[in-house]
Write a protein that binds this ligand. Structure first.
Ligand code: FES
Length: 115
């Protein structure tokens, strides 16, 4: 069973979860208070840094790449806990929740700064 070491604002925890489990759901089931909101890869509340084991999780989803950017995702600096399944040991750290603007302007549609 993969072991997940989590470094959280209120303390560190070591948790064993089942291989193939969704990281966020498994940690919440074990009582580890990861932050989250939508669980759909939309809000960014579950943004998580993988300190050790970035190759021990599922490949980034389209939502992760769109919300967090290719560079951060590929380097393991940011992933979405709600979008990952776990295949091996990890050390993770959650960022303080932040607002990530997903608002994009469609081409040709004026935004509020244009007249
Ligand atoms: S909980 Fe919203 S993106 Fe993961």
């Amino acid at each position: 069973m993969p072991k997940v070491v989590s470094y959280l604002p209120d303390g560190n925890r070591v948790t064993e979860i089942k291989k193939g489990d969704n990281l966020l759901d498994a940690m919440l089931d074990k009582g580890v208070p990861l932050s989250y909101d939508c669980k759909d890869g939309v809000c960014g509340s579950c943004r998580t840094k993988i300190i050790v084991g970035k190759d021990n999780v599922s490949n980034p989803t389209f939502q992760e790449r769109q919300l967090l950017g290719h560079d951060e995702v590929d380097r393991g600096l940011s992933r979405l806990a709600c979008q990952m399944t776990v295949e091996g040991d990890l050390e993770i750290q959650q960022y303080a929740p932040r607002s990530i603007s997903t608002t994009k302007y469609a081409p040709g549609v004026p935004n509020s700064t244009e007249d």
